[in-house]
Design a protein around this ligand. Sequence first.
Ligand code: ADP
Ligand code: MG
Length: 312
Amino acid sequence: MYDVLVVGELNVDIILNRIDGFPEVGKEKLSKDLRVVLGSSSAIFASNLATLGAQVAFVGKIGKDQFGQLVETSLKQKGVGTQFLVHTNDHQTGATVVLNYDMDRAMVTYPGAMEHLTEKEVRNDILTEARHLHVSSVFLQPNLKKNLVQLMERAKSFGLTTSLDPQWDPAEQWDLNLQELLPVVDVFLPNRSELKHLTKTNSVHHGIDAIKDFANIVAVKDGENGAILYHDGETIRKPAYLNKEVADCIGAGDSFDAGFISQYIQGKDLQTCLDFANLVGAVNTTEAGGTAAFQDLNKVKSIAKERFSFSI
Ligand SMILES: Nc1ncnc2c1ncn2[C@@H]1O[C@H](COP(=O)(O)OP(=O)(O)O)[C@@H](O)[C@H]1O
Ligand SMILES: [Mg+2]
């Protein structure tokens, strides 16, 4: 039995560092450092939630290729259950080429297999192995998105609680029927900008107003300002555990989600969930990338203590 089943996108990141100039069509540049690692914000969420002590399994679609093997091995190393991964012959595993220039990055993504995961492939016998379902990155998974309401309904019919991080829409269409979807989502976890786009409003306040009649718990990530939670007519704001020496913010939102859900599944009150989410988001920002600060629970505990005076 798993605490949390994560349904999300899976890809490798091919990261080129120390590149001598910008790419130009018809020319060749050299990079002095290459890393091929597990990418995907759903994978960061799953890995860090496992490090925080939850039993986590993943449902995602990968190709029967070497990148797929890398994804699977990396998830296993992080303690995430991989037996429900869907392997396909029809598409290659997704990959993102990341060109790193100091603090800025240029990225090109081939979504591949992730685009083809369907709601049906998250079978009932998989759902019944978990207590909570977390879905992330819906705009990268159009086939899943089509029947997302049915997936959430099915999970709830088996007694699971549910959460959703919509993540960014690369097409910037923001086509998601929140009125239909949010009643079957227990915890909705957009960031500030995603909430505004999804609700076609110009502030978090108005965004929450637009969904409060049919949403359950809404936790909005607001970068270095912390987060805002709405539930049952009440709004809670919590400032961030401000990190003035940020390594980078890659994965901060996913780690925030992991912190929140790690407490939520233990039945903790919403103040505690939100506070811990902010802490885990802050811990994420102390090292480069989304998982470096989460090698093991002791490391997380010591960062929390030394950098943010927080005892886990
Ligand atoms: N500079 C920072 N110091 C401390 N915590 C931060 C900082 N930036 C982000 N966080 C934490 O990470 C969370 C998620 O960041 P945010 O950038 O809003 O999400 P996303 O990664 O989804 O865009 C924030 O709500 C906050 O708790
Ligand atoms: Mg995010």
